[in-house]
Write a protein that binds this ligand. Sequence first.
Ligand SMILES: [Ca+2]
Length: 146
Amino acid sequence: MTKFAVASAFALAVAAGAGTTAHAATDSAAAPTAQTQFCPYQTGYACFWVDNYKGGTMGKVAGNNTNYMNLTNSSGCTKYPGTWNDCISSLENQGTQCTVYFWTAAGYSGYWHSVARYDSIYDFGVDYGDAAFNDTISSNHWCTSS
Ligand SMILES: [Ca+2]
Protein backbone atom coordinates (compact mmCIF):
# COMPACT_ATOMS: atom_id res chain seq x y z
CA MET A 1 0.00 0.00 0.00
CA THR A 2 2.82 2.34 -0.89
CA LYS A 3 0.47 4.72 -2.68
CA PHE A 4 -1.13 5.63 0.65
CA ALA A 5 2.26 6.20 2.21
CA VAL A 6 3.29 8.47 -0.63
CA ALA A 7 0.11 10.52 -0.31
CA SER A 8 0.57 10.83 3.46
CA ALA A 9 4.19 11.85 3.17
CA PHE A 10 3.32 14.52 0.63
CA ALA A 11 0.54 15.87 2.82
CA LEU A 12 2.98 16.12 5.73
CA ALA A 13 5.55 17.90 3.58
CA VAL A 14 2.97 20.46 2.53
CA ALA A 15 1.72 20.97 6.07
CA ALA A 16 5.27 21.55 7.28
CA GLY A 17 5.82 24.25 4.69
CA ALA A 18 8.32 22.18 2.75
CA GLY A 19 8.66 22.59 -0.98
CA THR A 20 5.41 21.98 -2.77
CA THR A 21 6.82 21.44 -6.22
CA ALA A 22 6.60 18.19 -8.11
CA HIS A 23 10.24 17.63 -7.21
CA ALA A 24 9.44 17.68 -3.50
CA ALA A 25 6.62 15.21 -4.03
CA THR A 26 9.00 12.81 -5.76
CA ASP A 27 11.53 13.01 -2.92
CA SER A 28 8.88 12.49 -0.27
CA ALA A 29 7.94 9.14 -1.83
CA ALA A 30 10.73 7.63 0.28
CA ALA A 31 9.82 9.49 3.47
CA PRO A 32 8.86 7.33 6.44
CA THR A 33 5.33 7.04 7.69
CA ALA A 34 4.83 6.91 11.44
CA GLN A 35 5.44 3.44 12.80
CA THR A 36 2.79 2.41 15.30
CA GLN A 37 3.38 -1.34 15.63
CA PHE A 38 6.79 -2.75 16.59
CA CYS A 39 8.37 -6.14 16.05
CA PRO A 40 9.03 -7.94 19.39
CA TYR A 41 12.77 -7.66 19.97
CA GLN A 42 14.78 -10.88 19.50
CA THR A 43 11.81 -13.15 20.11
CA GLY A 44 12.06 -15.34 17.02
CA TYR A 45 9.65 -13.47 14.75
CA ALA A 46 9.90 -12.02 11.30
CA CYS A 47 7.57 -9.04 11.07
CA PHE A 48 6.00 -7.24 8.13
CA TRP A 49 3.85 -4.19 7.53
CA VAL A 50 1.25 -3.18 4.98
CA ASP A 51 3.08 0.09 4.25
CA ASN A 52 6.73 0.87 3.56
CA TYR A 53 8.85 2.17 6.47
CA LYS A 54 6.95 -0.19 8.81
CA GLY A 55 3.74 1.79 8.48
CA GLY A 56 0.23 0.56 9.14
CA THR A 57 -0.79 -2.85 10.39
CA MET A 58 1.98 -5.30 11.37
CA GLY A 59 1.92 -9.08 11.11
CA LYS A 60 4.51 -11.62 12.21
CA VAL A 61 5.58 -15.22 11.62
CA ALA A 62 7.75 -17.53 13.70
CA GLY A 63 8.06 -20.43 11.27
CA ASN A 64 7.87 -21.35 7.60
CA ASN A 65 4.67 -20.42 5.78
CA THR A 66 3.90 -21.94 2.42
CA ASN A 67 0.98 -19.69 1.50
CA TYR A 68 0.14 -16.24 2.87
CA MET A 69 -3.46 -16.75 1.78
CA ASN A 70 -3.61 -18.66 5.09
CA LEU A 71 -2.30 -15.77 7.22
CA THR A 72 -5.09 -13.62 8.63
CA ASN A 73 -4.75 -9.86 8.24
CA SER A 74 -7.40 -7.40 9.34
CA SER A 75 -5.74 -4.32 7.83
CA GLY A 76 -8.00 -3.99 4.83
CA CYS A 77 -5.45 -4.99 2.22
CA THR A 78 -7.41 -5.17 -0.99
CA LYS A 79 -5.73 -7.77 -3.20
CA TYR A 80 -6.84 -10.74 -1.09
CA PRO A 81 -9.04 -9.29 1.67
CA GLY A 82 -8.52 -10.81 5.10
CA THR A 83 -5.11 -12.27 4.27
CA TRP A 84 -1.48 -11.16 4.07
CA ASN A 85 -1.06 -12.40 0.50
CA ASP A 86 0.45 -9.77 -1.83
CA CYS A 87 0.12 -7.11 0.86
CA ILE A 88 3.56 -6.56 2.41
CA SER A 89 5.67 -3.42 1.93
CA SER A 90 8.37 -3.59 4.64
CA LEU A 91 10.12 -6.27 6.71
CA GLU A 92 12.11 -6.95 9.90
CA ASN A 93 13.85 -10.10 11.13
CA GLN A 94 13.90 -10.57 14.92
CA GLY A 95 14.58 -14.29 14.63
CA THR A 96 16.92 -16.05 16.98
CA GLN A 97 19.39 -17.54 14.52
CA CYS A 98 18.63 -17.29 10.79
CA THR A 99 18.08 -15.24 7.71
CA VAL A 100 14.51 -15.37 6.45
CA TYR A 101 13.61 -15.65 2.76
CA PHE A 102 10.45 -14.06 1.38
CA TRP A 103 9.07 -15.47 -1.89
CA THR A 104 6.80 -13.83 -4.43
CA ALA A 105 4.67 -16.95 -4.88
CA ALA A 106 3.23 -19.65 -2.64
CA GLY A 107 5.21 -22.81 -1.97
CA TYR A 108 8.61 -21.05 -1.97
CA SER A 109 8.40 -20.30 -5.67
CA GLY A 110 8.66 -17.27 -7.89
CA TYR A 111 11.74 -15.43 -6.59
CA TRP A 112 12.93 -14.26 -3.19
CA HIS A 113 14.64 -11.52 -1.27
CA SER A 114 16.15 -12.21 2.15
CA VAL A 115 16.38 -10.36 5.45
CA ALA A 116 19.35 -11.09 7.71
CA ARG A 117 18.87 -11.58 11.43
CA TYR A 118 18.12 -8.24 13.16
CA ASP A 119 17.96 -6.46 9.81
CA SER A 120 15.10 -4.37 8.43
CA ILE A 121 13.91 -3.62 4.92
CA TYR A 122 12.09 -0.30 4.89
CA ASP A 123 11.32 0.09 1.21
CA PHE A 124 11.73 -2.63 -1.41
CA GLY A 125 12.66 -0.14 -4.13
CA VAL A 126 15.28 1.58 -1.98
CA ASP A 127 16.71 -1.36 -0.03
CA TYR A 128 16.41 -4.17 -2.59
CA GLY A 129 16.46 -2.07 -5.75
CA ASP A 130 13.28 -3.95 -6.64
CA ALA A 131 10.16 -1.82 -6.31
CA ALA A 132 8.22 -4.53 -8.15
CA PHE A 133 8.65 -6.77 -5.09
CA ASN A 134 6.13 -4.55 -3.26
CA ASP A 135 2.85 -6.31 -2.50
CA THR A 136 4.02 -9.64 -3.93
CA ILE A 137 5.13 -11.74 -0.93
CA SER A 138 3.25 -15.04 -0.69
CA SER A 139 5.49 -17.39 1.35
CA ASN A 140 8.51 -17.36 3.67
CA HIS A 141 11.22 -19.82 4.64
CA TRP A 142 13.79 -19.58 7.43
CA CYS A 143 17.52 -20.33 7.23
CA THR A 144 17.53 -21.59 3.64
CA SER A 145 15.59 -20.34 0.63
CA SER A 146 13.45 -23.47 0.45
CA1 LIG B 1 2.49 -13.22 -4.61
